[in-house]
Write a protein that binds this ligand. Sequence first.
Ligand code: ADP
Length: 465
Amino acid sequence: MKTKFLQIGNFLRNNKQFIYSIALMVVIPSVIIFNTWLFSQSFKDTVDQSLRDKAVGISQSINISLADSLDSPEKLQKYVTNWKSYASNAKLIDEKYENDVTALDIFYRDNENFKLVASFDEDKVGQSYDSMAYVIAWNSNWPSAQKIIDHSNNNYYWLVVSPLTDSLGEKKALLVITLSANAMDAVLSVALTRSYLVLIFSVIVIILLLLANSRLFEHAMLYNKIKEIDAMKDDFISMASHELRTPVTVIRGYVTMLIEDAQKLSIKEEALQYLSVIKTSTERLSNLIEDLLNVSRIEQGRMKIDSHPTDAWIMVESVTNQFMVQAKEKNIILSCTKEAELKSIIDIDKDRFEQVLINIIGNAIKYTPSGTVEVKVKSKDNSFFVMVKDSGIGMTAKEREHLFEKFYRVRNAKTDAIVGTGLGLWITRQIIELMKGTISVDSMEGVGSLFTLEFPLSKTEDKAV
Ligand code: ADP
C-alpha cells in the first residue's frame, strides 16, 4: 500500500500535467457554482427593485385616477371593485401582475385610527385600523414601501402605503396596496432551474473527464513501468553480453590455437574433429553475443556512427571478395559488378557499412543452396545503390512483411538446418537508417531474393577516405 502511494507520489512529481488537470476539475465546477449563486443573488435584487418600483407606480396611478373622487366612499369602492379591469384596460399593469395585487385598501383618517372605506374585501369596509406604517406615511406625506416576508410559506410581498391627495393637493385618504412576488418568483425559479441544469450537466461532463483521466493515469503508470522494465532488460542484455564476450573470446582463441598447433601438440584426428565442433559452436555463440550487444547499443542510443565521405564501391568489392571462398565451397557463383558511369562517394561509417554488407551478402550465400549471388552497384540522380541478388530459397510475401523484425526467422524445412539469430536484418536496417540510407527487399519463394540498399551521394567535395 505504502509503495503504491510512493509510486503515485513519484508519478505526480514527474507528470505535473495531472496535477493541473485535477486542479482544473475542482476549479471549474466551483467557478460554475459560485457564478450560479452570484447570478441568482443579483437577479433577486433586480427583481426586488423592479417589484418595488412597480408597486409605487401603481399607487401613483391610482392617486391620479381618484383625485376627484376622494370625498365619495361609494365612488372609491366602485373604483376598487373594478380596478383590475380598469388597470388592464388602461395598460397600467401587466397582465401577469394583475393577480399579484392581493390587497387594495383606501382609508380615511379617523381621529387616531384609519377607517377602511374601500377594499377588494368589501366585508371589512367600515373597520378601523391602527398601524405605525400608516401613521408614518400619513404624517410624512410621502409613500412608504415595505418588504414583508410571510415565513409560513416563504413568500414575500411589497406593502406600499401612500397618502392620496385631491387635485388641489390636499391630503384626503390613505391608499394601501400589497403586491405579491409570486409571478416574479416563478420567473426567477425558471431561470435558476436552467442554470442548475447547466451546472449539473457540466459536473457530469467533468466527472466523466475525471474517470477518463483516471484510466489515463493508470495507463501512464503502466507505461512508465513497462519503460522501466524495458530499460532493465536492455541493461541486463548489455551487461550479460559484455560479461560473456571475454570468456568466449578466450575459449575461441585457445580452440583456434589447439587446431592450428594440432600436429605440434600431437592431437589425434578424433580430438581434432571435436575441437572443430567446439570452434563452430563458439563462433555461433560469439556472433550471438555480438548481435545482442549491437541490439542493446541501438536501443539505448549508444550506437556510434562516425560518417565520412567514403568510396563505397571499393568497400563493396572488398567485402564481396571476402566471401569468394565460402561461395565456392557451396558451388555458388559470386560476382561483383559496377555500372560504367558510377558515382560512389557516400557519407558512411566504414565499420558499420562493412557490417551491413557482410550481413546482406552473407545472408544471400547462407540462404542459397547453390546457384548465383550477384552484387551490383549503380548511381542514379543523387543516390548510390547496392543490389544483392541471389537465386536462393526466397520467401513468401507474408514472410517478407516480418523480415526486419527483431528475432524474426523464416521457419520451414529449407531453413531448419541454417543457424542464425533473427537479429541480423533488424540491426542492419537500424544502422542503414542511422546513416540516412534505406533498405528494401523483393523476393519470390523458390526463385530468389533481391536486397536493395540506397544511400544519398555525398555532397561534400572532400576526398574520400
Ligand atoms: P538470421 O540470423 O536468421 O539470418 P537475419 O535477420 O539476417 O537473421 O534474417 C532474418 C530471416 O530472413 C532469416 O532467418 C531468413 O529466413 C530470411 N532471409 C534473410 N536473407 C535472406 C535471403 N537472402 N534469402 C532468403 N531468406 C532470407
